[in-house]
Design a protein around this ligand. Sequence first.
Ligand code: SF4
Length: 244
Amino acid sequence: MSAALDVRSPHPTVLKDVPLRVDRDEVLRFQGYKKGVDVPDSTGLALFDEALALGASMIEPRVVYRAAGVTRQGPSVIEARGKALHIPEIGRLWGTLEMVGAGICTVGAAIEDRVRELWDQRELPLAVMLDSVGSAAVESLAEYANDLLCQAAIEGGLKVTNRISPGYAGWDTAEQAALFNLCPGEPIGVALNASCVMTPGKSISFLVGVGPDARVDHYFTQCRRCWMPDCAYRRAPAAATVRR
Ligand code: SF4
């Protein structure tokens, strides 16, 4: 799959048929459980199994990715394809970049449609658990895309940073539109409305930095949660809770 992903691609590249596995701990985290502290009872686990089986039959993982050359960089700004992205501290965090890569991931609309039906039928526990399965699935998909990019880049002598998304780490949600300008969601059926909300809802957009001097001082952490089994550049063994 990594051969299909060019981290410098100037054209939208679509990945489909991703072998996604939903992590139970991640679903329970969305349910408000604290790992190692809260343990679900048998009723909660049965509900999880039911929601997971239901969700697995509905997930349609898709990713679209496109890169753009960086034309200007400042302590808290990156400019690419004529748009300025204002991200606090990004110069210090990511170092000098050659390019940025924008990605959009979705697991499709079927899960949220079913969640809505379950709400209407007052099947609330299953509705809430299925919603968490959808959230965990798209989170896992975004991690997978970040890992694929990391590995593909290293093979080509480049580095890819951790991903960040509008609305997090001080990056204004309104710049979601600029991110969609870098990478359109249309090839995978993801739309952005005027309030910067994505449809389907179980979608994540992200930005990574790319370049030989991109700062990746978190490889240790990144490798611990990365599933790539045969990566020659792995800095740390994968932790037990690898997402896929
Ligand atoms: S194991 Fe580490 S270096 Fe290799 S692809 Fe994963 S995060 Fe990147």
